[in-house]
Design a protein around this ligand. Structure first.
Ligand SMILES: C[S@@+](CC[C@H](N)C(=O)[O-])C[C@H]1O[C@@H](n2cnc3c(N)ncnc32)[C@H](O)[C@@H]1O
Length: 237
């Protein structure tokens, strides 16, 4: 796909190679850059999903699997698929699942949000954390997510957002140059520069909720956190 046709700053292939490169230190970098707040953001995301016993869930762009593990921490007897195109990120997710002895309740496998290899009406809920802004055609991805959700199922997307408030933006602008420095110490400086640039390039929250509605979701809303630097978007099929 040419740069004019896609929503993202870099191609899907560049994206996959980048995440494979930074996989080893991704969790440590995540914790450092978010100053430990990512755990709380994930917790809130899954609280909005409201997983129930016996439910079947999908985590899109699961990476190293932390949203999957949060679902398990919040609900017993669930079945979860975690998909991602980046093999090295998945390898870490699989190691973590093995350490937790999760058995067959969790499956991690390679797949792309734009072409989900599942039947329609499969999942009770879908989550996605810090992945949506990396997808080449976001509107198509939302339609694909809606397709594999059961009627009544919830989609909950956690994403980094560019703060609206001018004062907060000033603080944000002072902090962002530090992120590639942290990333560089962990072997991925350029990747972390892209990850910050892609936040500024990502649509504003109202545009994202319009995209949810255009894909056919109802009850669409967003919850802004940490001074507007992170949002949780949700909608129902
Ligand atoms: C910033 S990481 C987030 C990982 C994890 N969800 C978390 O909360 O830490 C973004 C992940 O999205 C994945 N990703 C990027 N494009 C994707 C696509 N088109 N379909 C599925 N996953 C994708 C990347 O490979 C990467 O593992």
């Amino acid at each position: 796909m040419s740069s004019g046709e896609r929503d993202t700053l870099i191609s899907a292939q560049e994206n996959r190679e980048m995440f494979d490169r930074i996989a080893k230190n991704y969790d440590v970098a995540n914790r450092a850059i978010s100053m430990g707040m990512d755990k709380g953001w994930r917790k809130k995301t899954i609280e909005l999903l409201k997983p129930f016993r016996g439910g079947r869930y999908l985590d899109i762009g699961t990476g190293t699997g932390d949203l999957v593990f949060e679902i398990i921490d919040q609900s017993a007897n669930v079945v979860i698929d975690g998909i991602d195109p980046a093999e090295q990120m998945l390898a870490i997710a699989k190691d973590k699942a093995e350490q937790r002895k999760l058995g067959d309740s969790v499956s991690f496998f390679m797949a792309d949000a734009l072409d989900l290899p599942m039947e329609s009406d499969t999942y009770d809920g879908i989550v996605s954390g810090f992945c949506f802004r990396n997808i080449e055609r976001r509107q198509k991805a939302l339609e694909e997510m809606r397709r594999v959700l059961k009627p009544g199922g919830m989609l909950v997307i956690l994403e980094a957002t560019y703060p609206a408030n001018a004062l907060i933006r000033l603080g944000y602008k002072c902090y962002t140059p530090l992120v590639p420095i942290i990333g560089k110490c962990l072997g991925g400086g350029a990747a972390y520069k892209y990850l910050m640039d892609s936040i500024e390039d990502f649509p504003r929250p109202d545009t994202v909720t319009d995209m949810f509605s255009a894909a056919g979701f109802s009850g669409v809303q967003y919850k802004s956190m940490t001074f507007g630097t992170v949002c949780i978007f949700s909608g129902k099929k």
